[in-house]
Design a protein around this ligand. Structure first.
Ligand SMILES: [Fe+2]
Ligand SMILES: [Fe+2]
Length: 214
């Protein structure tokens, strides 16, 4: 006899809580190899090391926020295909999360202490976006990925030149984010209207300023 188990709201809530804890406090493992595995580690002076760690902490927070945003959107998505797209997108960011965490350890640093706060804020934004409908959901994915891609570009410019390992991680992430945006566009994303992209940019600027230090 086959028993089909329906997910109750409580199951869903527990799934969400588990994902939040794994993302913010756990140690997620990557499915793909570490992009800097064979890249030489060149000694950085203490100031360069601190700067590189600050940038990688921002990138780690960016991935926490992307996961939270997509999970929040998926929780209220109406179309199962959109929901699957969002959960898959969140899953793919796990590699990025694990790689940034590893690079932070290599730089003798740590992820942001405020990750639970970044996660809950982004999750709430994801739920609000998701309630607007599925075309909007995908529009948020496109805007998030394009903004992350742009800030990765900026970080590639300002990383200490000798930090080849962080650079290799960011290059692969940047190519992935561009692909994520293209996939969401192909799946029917709507262009987000004024002032939403600007508000998202402002929120991410606040996050970057704080996460560089904390
Ligand atoms: Fe990512
Ligand atoms: Fe992405």
């Amino acid at each position: 006899m086959t028993v089909t188990r329906l997910h109750s709201p409580l199951d869903r809530l527990l799934d969400e809580a588990q994902r939040a804890l794994e993302t913010t406090l756990g140690n997620p493992s990557a499915q793909r190899p570490y992009p800097a595995a064979t890249t030489p580690e060149i000694a950085l002076d203490p100031a360069e090391r601190r700067h590189a760690a600050g940038l990688m902490r921002i990138n780690h927070v960016g991935e926490v926020c992307a996961q939270a945003l997509y999970s929040g959107q998926a929780a209220v998505a109406r179309d199962p295909a959109t929901r699957a797209h969002l959960l898959h997108a969140a899953q793919e960011e796990t590699d990025h999360l694990a790689w940034c965490a590893r690079r932070l350890r290599e730089l003798d640093s740590r992820p942001s202490l405020l990750n639970p706060l970044w996660y809950s804020g982004s999750y709430a934004i994801g739920v609000l976006a998701g309630l607007r409908g599925d075309g909007w959901n995908l529009g948020f994915v496109v805007e998030t990925e394009r903004q992350v891609e742009a800030h990765l570009d900026e970080h590639l410019d300002i990383l200490p030149p000798a930090d080849l390992r962080s650079r290799d991680v960011l290059q692969v992430m940047k190519a992935d984010e561009a692909r994520h945006a293209d996939q969401a566009e192909d799946a029917g994303a709507r262009t987000l209207p004024f002032p939403i992209p600007g508000v998202m940019q402002f929120a991410s600027q606040v996050m970057k300023t704080v996460a560089y230090r904390l």
